[in-house]
Design a protein. Structure first.
Lengths: 288, 457
């Protein structure tokens, strides 16, 4: 009888070791360092690397947008908004934590809080990723996907010696060892192409994880200009994705200045790149 | 049948009133729904019901004996409801009109309920205390369980230096300084002091356990043992410095009450002398703090002494207290004030001081604070009226005394009126369930009284 009474406590002990909120914890000032390289967010769900291959699509130029002003192509409601309606208003209205409470928790909640621009909060408002990217899992599943949107900008470590490419051509590179901005000559002004891959993970009938990847080549002017946000979006209505449970974001950068001027005096061999991700949207979704 | 006769007949159902009263108080101490408006409405309805059911026993002189408590409470609640703080919160939609109306209505109702129940022979103190601590135990158990589920055992030690992210923001404190707690009908992240105060309040039932024998009543004995064990486990499995401070405070309170009772210290004069000297010293310290923040010459003199400057100006704790007492004699602040700050995220934040006593300068104004202190002063004096109770009942009265003393100690130094980590919650002390229960207890004890033969006054 005593043993039976004690057995009541077993489920209690089992349940109490779940640690549901431990995944929301981040150590100290991780990702809040003044040192650029220390702020890359690199979390990957171990099961995602072994996911089955589903859709692998390279989006044509007319299959995605890179400006908020073109969102009406995927969201007819944008046409009815007033002229002054911008991405900041859009983020306040469509942020994911308005749709479901699950988006409130964890470090990745930065992508769902409606903070779509920097606003002076620097690392507090963005997730910084390197080319290997990261993954995110949802606690619930969604099956009715409308479109995917992501606001981000690309950047390099701003504390490097500054270079200027003369208008006459890449062979006339001048090196300025003055990292402070302000005089135009100090900014690292050059073009790049970002190959961005958004993977949406779904579950099939056998409950196996399937990776569906969408890749787009984005022309990025002025790689090191801090004010160049890119509002990237693509349509999902005809993709027939159901039971979406997670996502991942990876990219590669083809930097015109670095990659096309190898060996030119003053041009560094490589740069540390990052994408600063501000906000991600999956509007009009319901989660169960 | 005449109305008086009809009402007299209703008194046969007085026991129903006692039962309903205990249910209402259990809801309030459990903070069911955490809605002050709901508690206030319940208290008012209960008062009307009790007045009807106890019509036979209502006597004017019974109420007059409580006038020393009633007057300061009435002034305190009126000044609080009409203070600049309340009006400011109304303006920024943190409070609503209903809440403000029930600050006086709710608190005065529950006070009068205490008064009426003191004369109601069917209202058993033992039952009330048992139900009160049972409701608290349920809340403590739920809070402990949710923390174990979310973080696991001893997380505050294991994850020192870790922070939580919510809504895109990092928590202002480490995870070792926060816990989950039931707030209304959801679990939210709260400051550790808010989590720890409930187990500590539960531990005050220990004094009743000391005077209960196992052989006398096994069930009651084991129930109180259960309360103590639960309280200790709740503080042990979610360890924190503030929890330790609370546990030590409760232990000392229980020890002092036990020794006071055992050696009948109350018969001597010197305890009263010590008490009045202690109160006078405390008053002087508070007076100096107030003068420091309101009289420039005093402020200058204090700032010149490095020791006094450190004690009264620069240390982290006193700096928060000083926010409540700064410029309180100006026309903008004498009736309370609402210290707003605009955050980087364009929200309005109002910072309380970390002490309900110093918060009261903000929430109720200078005169409101004097009334609140008077309420507690005369309330404690009212406890002395029950010193002739038989131990069978006295142990429950001692448990309530320990509860009120711990509550007063916590309010003085450790009350966090804004205890939400990610949720903005402003909960001044007078809008909480435990405060309402303390008011009830003070009025009950004051109105009950016992003569030297152990009979009711």
């Amino acid at each position: 009888m005593k043993l039976k009474k004690l057995l009541i406590f077993l489920p209690l002990i089992a349940v109490s070791s779940c640690g549901y909120s431990l995944s929301y914890l981040v150590e100290g000032n991780k990702y809040n360092s003044p040192i650029y390289k220390e702020n890359y967010y690199k979390y990957w769900d171990p099961t995602y690397k072994n996911a089955k291959k589903g859709v692998e699509k390279r989006l044509g130029e007319d299959e995605f947008i890179t400006s908020f002003n073109d969102l009406y192509k995927y969201d007819a409601r944008m046409i009815t908004k007033p002229d002054m309606y911008d991405e900041i208003d859009y983020a306040k209205e469509y942020k994911m934590n308005n749709i479901d409470k699950q988006f409130n928790y964890g470090y990745q909640s930065k992508l769902f809080d409606g903070q779509i621009v920097c606003g002076g909060y620097f690392q507090l408002s963005r997730i910084q990723i390197d080319e290997n990217g990261f993954s995110g899992s949802f606690e619930k599943e969604s099956s009715e996907l409308s479109y995917f949107a992501l606001q981000f900008k690309s950047t390099t470590d701003s504390k490097l010696p500054c270079l200027r490419m003369d208008e006459s051509g890449p062979e006339n590179v001048r090196v300025h060892n003055n990292p402070t901005a302000g005089d135009g000559e100090s900014s690292l002004y050059h073009n790049s192409v970002i190959d961005l891959t958004i993977s949406l993970y779904t579950k099939n009938a056998a409950n196996e994880l399937v990776r569906n990847s969408y890749t787009a080549s984005i022309q990025n002017k002025d790689t090191n200009n801090g004010s160049h946000y890119i509002f990237f979006a693509f349509d999902l209505k005809n993709e027939n994705l159901s039971r979406m449970v997670g996502f991942s974001i990876t990219y590669t950068v083809d930097d015109e200045l670095i990659n096309h001027n190898k060996g030119v005096p003053g041009v560094p061999e490589s740069l540390d790149y990052a994408l600063f991700l501000y906000e991600m949207f999956l509007p009009y979704t319901s989660w169960n | 049948m005449k109305l008086k006769e009809k009402l007299a007949k209703l008194s046969n159902y007085a026991i129903l009133g006692s039962f309903l009263a205990i249910e209402v108080f259990a809801f309030i101490i459990f903070s069911f729904g955490n809605s002050f408006l709901f508690f206030g409405i319940l208290s008012l309805v209960l008062l009307l019901l009790l007045a009807l059911l106890s019509f036979n026993e209502l006597k004017v002189d019974g109420f007059m004996s409580s006038i020393k408590l009633f007057f300061p409470l009435m002034l305190f609640v009126l000044l609080t409801a009409l203070s600049n703080y309340s009006v400011g919160h109304l303006r920024i939609n943190d409070f609503n009109i209903g809440q403000l109306i029930f600050i006086p209505l709710g608190l005065l109702s529950i006070a009068l309920c205490g008064n009426i129940l003191a004369k109601n022979k069917t209202f058993k103190l033992s039952t009330f205390v048992l139900v009160m601590f049972s409701a608290l135990a349920l809340l403590v158990f739920i809070n402990l369980l949710i923390n174990l589920i979310n973080f696991g055992w001893f997380y505050s030690l294991k994850y020192k230096g870790y922070y939580m992210y919510y809504g895109g923001k990092r928590s202002e404190v480490e995870v070792s300084q926060l816990a989950y707690a039931l707030e209304g009908f959801q679990f939210i992240e709260v400051k550790m002091s808010h989590y720890a105060m409930y187990p500590a309040m539960l531990l005050t039932s220990g004094i009743a356990l000391i005077y209960t024998k196992y052989k006398e009543n096994k069930t009651i004995f084991l129930t109180y043992v259960g309360f103590i064990v639960l309280g200790i486990l709740a503080l042990l499995f979610v360890p924190s410095l503030i929890g330790l401070v609370f546990a030590i405070a409760v232990g000392l309170i229980i020890l002092i009450i036990y020794l006071y009772n055992k050696f009948e210290i109350g018969r001597h004069k010197w305890p009263k002398i010590i008490m009045y000297v202690g109160l006078a010293l405390a008053l002087i310290v508070v007076l100096v703090m107030i003068l420091n923040k309101n009289v420039p010459s005093v402020a200058n003199a204090i700032s010149k002494s490095s020791l006094l400057n450190k004690l009264l100006n620069t240390n982290r704790i006193v700096r928060r207290y000083n926010e409540g007492i700064r410029d309180i004699f100006t026309s903008q602040r004498i009736f309370g004030f609402c210290a707003e700050q605009i955050t980087p995220w364009d929200t309005i934040e109002i910072h309380l001081t970390g002490s309900a006593f110093f918060d009261s300068f903000m929430t109720s104004g200078f005169i409101g604070v004097i009334m609140l202190v008077s309420l507690f002063f005369f309330g404690f004096k009212g406890f002395a009226k029950n010193k002739y109770l038989e131990m069978k009942e006295k142990r429950y009265f001692l448990a309530l005394l320990a509860f009120v003393i711990f509550f007063a100690f916590m309010c003085l130094f450790f009350y966090e009126g804004e205890y939400g980590i990610f949720h903005q919650i402003y909960s001044p002390i007078y809008m909480t369930g435990p405060f309402m229960i303390v008011v009830l207890i003070l009025f009950y004890m004051n109105a009950r009284g016992t003569n030297s033969n152990g009979g009711r006054l």
